[in-house]
Every structure is written in C-alpha cells, then in structure tokens.
Design a protein around this ligand. Structure first.
Ligand SMILES: Nc1ncnc2c1ncn2[C@@H]1O[C@H](COP(=O)(O)OP(=O)(O)O)[C@@H](O)[C@H]1O
Ligand SMILES: [Mg+2]
Length: 270
C-alpha cells in the first residue's frame, strides 16, 4: 500500500547546517495495517508525513501509494489517495460553517456537481448516521457551527471528513496532542474504531507512549530521521509504555554522549 524507497528530505537553512529530517527511510506498509509512529521532538515524524502527503518534496528516493508512484505528484493530486488530520482542531474544519456543511465539503471533494447534493436530505441522513455511529448523540448537533464545539468533537468531525471517501492511506499527526486527557481518549477510541471498521491503512504519529503501546498493529520509532525500531505482531503486543520510555531514555543518553563528544572534538580543534 505504502512504499518508501530510501526517502530523504534535506532542509537547507540559510547560514545553518543542512538537516536531514528524513534520512534514507525505506518502509513497506501493507494494506489495512495500522502503524503507530513515535519519536523525540524534531526526529522527522511530521516531515515524513508531509513527504507522503506532498507538502514537502523529497530530496531523493521514491514514494508509492496503492501502486502509484506519487513522488512527483502535487499535493492536490495526492489528496485523492491520502487523508490527513493535524494536531490543531481548527486546522481541518471551517469554524463558521456548521458540522453538516463541513462534512458536505468533504463529501463533495473531487465530486461534481456537488452542492445540490450537499444540502440534500440524503447527505444529511448519511452524515447523521456516520456521526452517530462514531459518537452516539453527536448527530443531533449537525446544524451547529463547528466553532461552537469542543476540540475533541471537532477532531472527530475532522476524522470523519478525512475518511469520508475511504482514503488509501490515513495520516494522523499528533491529532490528540492539543486535547485534555479525557477528550484525547475519546478521539483515540473513535480513531481506532474508524480505522478498524473501514479497514483503513493508517500512519498515526503520537506523543503518547500509552497510546503507542496499546494501539495499532505495528510500532515505528523514528530518531534523527531514521527508523530505530520497527515491531509488529506478537512483539508489538508485548511492548509496554515503560519499555518505550526506556527506549527513549537510551536514545537521549546516546544523543547527550554524541553531543558531548562533538563538543570535545570542537574544543580540540579550536
Ligand atoms: N521547513 C523546514 N525548514 C527547515 N528545517 C525544517 C523544516 N521543517 C522541519 N525542519 C527540521 O527538520 C527536523 C524534523 O522536524 P519535524 O519533522 O517537524 O520533527 P517531528 O515532527 O518529529 O517533531 C527538525 O530538525 C526541524 O527543525
Ligand atoms: Mg511533528
């Protein structure tokens, strides 16, 4: 489903050193797999997702989704294959539009003619059914402006929008990080249910080691633009949040040693 072949993204900041945010990553994700991605701040998780969605260009390497080599496709062209949800609940929805109107925008995306159908009874019923299935009761709020809803409810609508037409690949970038713990928990459960029911292929970045341990079929730990750990099956099911915290500590210690060594070397050459 998703194939990365030595994908590399190098950023050049004026005057600064070049940063390899994604460093030769090769990865095969089969259809229907739910992959959880973790990593320290700045390890390249968002850049990797941006490279797949087309907001960031690869410096080298190739990306294929559902058998299409999309390396040179525009972001717009990729939107037909890839759905995306970000951290900010305001990012995926239009605040002044109602819940139904937002869902109508998603339902009509790439479809023509859309707007007649958008306001039709059929769409209303479909939207109510989908909302009610994921959070019972939410369907009664179809006509409210989405700006009046809580962050968690808004993320759930955003998730429904991103998956309305069953994307080949769903990308979630810390989509519960801005929510309070109870709301984050509800959104995570809704996410897992949408992925399971739709048999979606998904790549979910999370800052929560508890989520990483309990969710998904496979876990990938990214560090300095590379995949440090990749586990699935029984090994994934055995992983605990404590195991992952230990891994993070070990990586941080190695980083500190590397930094200290780099400083010592720099001192020697001054
Ligand atoms: N547009 C950009 N220009 C320059 N450097 C960037 C840009 N985006 C990200 N970076 C750098 O790339 C690295 C990875 O960033 P990012 O993918 O956002 O990490 P993460 O999502 O894992 O926190 C960081 O060092 C970050 O500073
Ligand atoms: Mg990020």
């Amino acid at each position: 489903m998703l194939d990365l072949d030595r994908a590399t993204v190098q950023f050049h900041s004026p005057g600064g050193p070049a940063v390899r945010a994604v460093d030769g990553v090769s990865l095969h994700v089969p259809a229907g797999q739910f992959v959880v991605v973790i990593g320290t701040n700045g390890s390249g998780k968002s850049t990797l997702q941006g490279a797949i969605a087309g907001t960031v260009r690869l410096s080298s390497g190739r990306i294929a989704v559902a058998g299409h080599d999309i390396t040179n496709w525009s972001q717009h062209a990729r939107a037909g294959l890839v759905g995306r949800v970000f951290q900010d609940p305001r990012a995926g929805t239009a605040g002044s539009l109602s819940v139904l109107e937002n869902l109508a925008v998603a339902a009509c995306r790439g479809r023509f003619p859309g707007l007649g159908w958008a306001t039709s009874r059929r769409l209303r019923d479909e939207a109510a059914a989908r909302l009610g299935r994921i959070v019972p009761g939410l369907e009664s709020r179809l006509d409210q402006p989405i700006g009046s809803m809580s962050g968690g409810q808004r993320q759930i609508v955003t998730l429904l929008m991103a998956t309305w037409h069953r994307p080949e690949l769903l990308l979630l970038d810390e989509h519960t990080a801005a929510l309070d713990p109870a709301a984050a928990d509800r959104v995570v459960r809704a996410t897992a249910e949408l992925i399971r029911a739709g048999r979606l292929t998904a790549l979910m970045v999370t800052h929560s080691l508890a989520q990483a341990a309990s969710l998904g079929d496979r876990l990938i730990l990214v560090h300095r633009g590379r995949i440090e750990l990749d586990v699935e099956g029984a090994a994934k099911r055995r992983l605990t949040a404590d195991d992952l915290a230990d891994r993070f500590d070990a990586l941080r210690r190695t980083d500190q040693l590397d930094d200290a060594a780099a400083r010592t070397l720099a001192d020697l050459y001054i």
